[in-house]
Design a protein around this ligand. Structure first.
Ligand SMILES: *Cc1c(COP(=O)(O)O)cnc(C)c1O
Length: 485
């Protein structure tokens, strides 16, 4: 099974090369020429780690010894062996993706990616060190740093928007230890940091930084197929949980509601469906940055709008990179995708053909929820279901309610929970009570007292850890920063 760019299908690479490269040379994203087949019934009987081995071996067949890599990536790193537990709240089923080492759903992928990269590097006999370059809106940064810290043959540099991440997220990143890590704030918003990273990639010659720098660039953003593929696993896992609990029979359709920004998490759900999992609708939940809601409803993608800072900052995104993969999969037309992406770049807007819009609407439903409603939802879910959720998860929950109310579709609903409530303590606590002014760490304590839900261990010790990375730079100084590493 080979991969090619979403913008050109004439140049193929194998899955190890796709993981090493991250982005295709023409700026497109790597997609498999055809999707592999897996034995779904067998997969659903397995433990999460066995599922991971089966799914990743199928998606990335040129990376050997997957079983060992999966073990190294996950064993002992998550709160439970099942990695991503599901909770039956009595209303929706919540799929908890945040039980990993940094309390972010991105841990699922970013524990695995370093193993995939180093194995791919070995497979291809690559000698040079890899530099992982990433822009983060909060959670990716820490999860990537934790995944890559002290991994041999790889270095990692993370840029985050100054003031654009929570105090807890910032503390998580700037205290990161490891002899191969760099972290720096950029004056601007997430899109500025992301654009800066893209420009550095564009200035690279043959995958390397200019001026004879020997590092080879790669990315940990969900544009890398090695980042996306591990996210398919938890869709199978949650379906298996519903089966085991007798809530569904094999073959019953399950709907998934996904709070999404880059369209990565929800695209993984679509891939799970294409691999044979009985998925009904995929519900795309956005916050006030509802560019995806508009797109799925109208077929017009228009990024020419202000970026709102919300209480669910990991979804404050106007350019959803992974949507490009869906456009390719549903049209099969690389020339069309190249044209649309060109329009997005030059005009900030594109319109898909009607047939493509119809194909998207057949599989996806979209809605959005603003901060006020997300807070009401946190309160209502805690009072009615005794379940504590964060702002991103609440966004998903509210949109899942809208979906059920507007369509009458009462199939089982899984809401993906992408962060611990303790990652966003200010917004979560103020949803539950009128608390006096206090810092985020005091808010975490208060939240624990109020709800009885324990603060995850990786967050409780943060305040006393030493800050190691305090730099702030202008967005046009990012290349210099990287060259100085
Ligand atoms: C990254 C992130 C998301 C969005 O994930 P996508 O890959 O952009 O779909 C949602 N919630 C949280 C907490 C995140 O960190």
């Amino acid at each position: 099974m080979l991969y090619h760019s979403t913008r050109n299908h004439t140049q193929s690479v194998d899955s190890a090369q796709a993981v090493l490269a991250g982005l295709a040379p023409d700026g497109g994203l790597y997609v498999p020429a055809e999707l592999p087949e897996i034995d779904v019934a067998a997969c659903l009987q397995e433990s999460t780690m066995e599922m991971a081995n089966r799914i990743l071996s199928a998606m990335l067949p040129h990376i050997p010894n997957m079983e060992v890599l999966v073990e190294r990536a996950y064993k002992g790193k998550f709160q439970t062996e099942e990695l991503t537990p599901t909770v039956d709240t009595g209303k929706f089923t919540v799929l908890e993706l945040f039980r990993g080492p940094t309390s972010a759903f991105k841990d699922v992928a970013l524990c695995m990616l370093p193993q995939l990269l180093t194995a791919a590097k070995k497979e291809k006999g690559m000698q040079e060190d890899i530099l992982i370059l990433t822009a983060t809106s909060g959670d990716t940064g820490k999860a990537a740093l934790a995944g890559f810290a002290d991994v041999e043959g790889v270095r990692i540099c993370v840029f985050y928007p100054e003031g654009g991440v929570s105090a807890v997220q910032r503390a998580q990143m700037v205290t990161q230890e490891g002899n191969n890590v760099a972290v720096c704030a950029v004056v601007g918003n997430f899109d500025d940091a992301q654009t800066g990273v893209k420009n550095i990639f564009a200035s690279a010659v043959d995958g390397r930084l200019p001026a004879g720098n020997r590092l080879r660039l790669s990315s940990a953003n969900s544009i890398n197929i090695g980042r996306l593929a591990p996210q398919i696993i938890y869709y199978f896992k949650s379906y298996a949980d519903l089966l085991r609990r007798g809530q569904i029979k094999m073959g019953d359709k399950v709907n998934f509601c996904v709070p999404t920004g880059n369209f990565g998490d929800i695209l993984a759900g679509w891939l799970a469906k294409k691999l044979g999992l009985p998925v009904g609708k995929l519900i795309c939940a956005s916050n006030a940055n509802n560019v995806l809601t508009d797109f799925i409803e109208t077929g017009v993608y228009d990024r020419r709008r202000p970026l709102h800072k919300t209480d669910s900052p990991s979804m404050d995104i106007l350019v959803s990179s992974n949507l490009e993969r869906l456009l390719y999969f549903l049209s099969g037309d690389t020339a069309l995708v190249a044209k649309l992406m060109q329009e997005l770049n030059t005009e900030g807007c594109y319109t898909v053909p009607d047939s493509l819009k119809t194909a998207i609407q057949a599989e996806f439903w979209a809605g959005y929820c603003d901060d006020a409603r997300a807070k009401q939802t946190i309160k209502a879910v805690f009072e009615n279901q005794h379940y504590l959720c964060d702002t991103h998860t609440a966004t998903g929950w509210a949109v899942a309610e809208d979906y059920v109310n507007q369509t009458g579709d009462n199939s089982p609903m899984v809401v993906l929970s992408t962060a611990s409530a303790y990652k966003f303590p200010a917004a979560v606590l103020s949803s539950l009570e009128n608390a006096p002014e206090m810092d985020e760490f005091a808010q975490m304590e208060r939240l624990q007292e109020l709800t009885g839900s324990p603060i995850p261990e990786n967050l409780s010790g943060l305040q006393t850890k030493k800050e190691l990375h305090t730099g702030v730079i202008a967005k046009d100084a990012m290349l210099d920063f990287v060259m100085g590493l």
